[in-house]
Design a protein around this ligand. Structure first.
Ligand SMILES: NC(=O)c1ccc[n+]([C@@H]2O[C@H](COP(=O)([O-])OP(=O)(O)OC[C@H]3O[C@@H](n4cnc5c(N)ncnc54)[C@H](O)[C@@H]3O)[C@@H](O)[C@H]2O)c1
Length: 441
């Protein structure tokens, strides 16, 4: 395998992947059409939040810019000067309404096809509509390159399975499901991946490989929806949903997830749309559609529950200030794409509440975002813990919560606040009782 790899797309997946390959000794030309992003990367700056052995992604980026092993560029031709293998991480975005946009990935394929050389390898790691490799991606590469895929150059597919926040570790440890257009394509891609991951490389056909990734994501969507329904059942019966799930999970064949604020990010919310688009018109997936609907409406249900609890303490939501802790699409993430915490903020604003949100990991970008925990909680009538960040552990939350306008309602969707408060040795009993009484999960 040649020592230079082109990574096409330098987003939440492509950038850490590129730098992980640099760590493995490869020279990587990273290509992205976003000029601002590339300029920032060239200056050694990124907001993508990953770490490897305690070192931040930004520090790894700066090391590999200095060593000359990482070259960010907007020109794919730079990658083609010395590269013989390309890893593609440009995605297929899905709007909130479920509309797919295949254009970015297909345009990237066209640009890549134009610079391909005989016997190059194209390894697509994007999550796609199952069938898109055969129907659109490979034909686009053929057209643009004027070469025969599988004969003149190699094409393979191995969807990325890592989770944001753990990417640098998981690139090197997770199993990979891989398919090549031909056995030679698969062998060439397996050789490249074997230098990256210690996990097993499972070789299958193209369609199965594309489906596997989407099925993995949709399984989580359905399981999270189930957790939300269990929460409603638990509430009706007046039992603690976390205790209920913990007990059920003591059965060896039960693996329930805990309910949170909904589902966000690029991957899980898109899975239903990818699967639906892969079926003929008129074929429905009622279970998956229902699960999507349950998860999509979870933030609105949180707001409704909060409004009722405020009424119970004599307050009206439209006259209240609500503090949101955590804006990331999930715990430990600063990615706000499709973040349910943002959906929650929108619902609160629509219902007339004043919203303040604090998340030290998310760059300031929303009008309701504040830069300190104190300015978020001061005078708040309600607190929603939407996503848990490690940084919250460093704050004196018990003290900060006393700044709320009492009686305040605390909706701890991450099941962390009570634990943090309880583990605070300086906590006086009376304060804990106040916090616990007000906590709804
Ligand atoms: N984010 C995750 O947690 C995650 C996890 C597993 C798999 N995935 C999958 O990985 C893929 C990438 O996801 P992401 O979160 O990194 O997306 P992203 O939007 O953060 O990154 C995609 C990048 O591609 C760039 N791009 C668009 N068109 C381009 C072109 N023609 N040439 C070069 N660059 C181009 C964009 O500017 C962007 O920087 C998606 O298919 C996604 O479903 C994501």
């Amino acid at each position: 395998m040649d020592g230079t790899i082109g990574v096409v797309g330098l987003g939440y997946i492509g950038l850490p992947l590129a730098l992980c390959l640099c760590e493995k000794g490869y020279r990587v030309v990273g290509v992205d059409i976003d000029e601002d992003k590339v300029n920032e990367l060239c200056r050694g700056r990124t907001t993508v939040s990953e770490t490897l052995n305690g070192e931040t992604l930004e520090s790894i980026l700066q090391r590999h810019l200095s060593s000359g092993r990482f070259i960010p560029t907007t020109h794919i031709s730079v990658a083609a000067w010395e590269g013989r293998a390309y890893i593609v991480t440009v995605g297929v975005p899905v709007t909130k309404e479920g509309t797919l946009n295949e254009a970015p990935l297909l345009i990237a394929m066209e640009q890549l096809g134009k610079v391909l050389k005989p016997s190059d390898l194209v390894l697509v790691r994007s999550t796609v509509v199952p069938g898109m490799m055969e129907d659109k991606i490979i034909p686009r590469l053929r057209e643009a390159s004027q070469m025969t895929p599988g004969v003149d150059f190699h094409v393979a597919y191995a969807a990325e399975r890592v989770a944001e926040g753990r990417a640098l570790h998981e690139f090197q440890t997770l199993d990979v499901v891989l398919a090549g257009l031909t056995p030679q394509c698969a062998a060439k891609a397996a050789d490249l991946l074997s230098h990256l991951t210690a996990g097993t490389i499972h070789v299958t056909d193209l369609r199965t490989a594309q489906l596997t990734k989407v099925i993995e994501n949709v399984q989580r969507d359905v399981n999270i929806a189930l957790a939300h329904q269990i929460k409603e059942i638990a509430e009706h019966h007046g039992v603690d949903v976390y205790e209920l799930i913990r007990l059920a999970n003591t059965h060896p064949r039960v693996r329930l997830l805990e309910p949170g604020i909904g589902v966000g990010g690029y991957c899980i919310p898109s899975a239903y749309a990818y699967l639906a688009a892969s079926l003929p018109a008129g074929r429905t997936l009622p279970l998956l559609k229902l699960a999507r609907g349950i998860n999509e409406t979870a933030p609105a249900r949180t707001v409704e529950r909060l409004a009722k609890q405020l009424i119970a303490v004599g307050k009206s939501l439209d006259e209240c200030t609500i503090a949101i802790l955590g804006l990331g699409m999930k715990d430990g993430s600063n990615d706000v794409r499709h973040s349910p915490a943002l959906a929650c903020a929108e619902h609160l604003l629509q219902r007339g509440a004043v919203v303040r949100a604090f998340d030290p990991t998310v760059p300031m970008q929303f009008p309701f975002q504040v830069s300190t925990l104190e300015s978020c909680l001061y005078g708040a009538d309600g607190v929603i813990v939407a996503a848990w960040q490690q940084a919250f552990e460093e704050f004196d939350l018990a003290r900060a919560l006393r700044m709320c306008r009492q009686p305040a309602v605390i909706v701890d969707l991450k099941h962390r606040l009570r634990r943090s408060l309880a583990s605070d040795p300086s906590q006086r009993e009376g304060e804990l009782a106040w916090a616990s009484r007000g906590v709804d999960r």
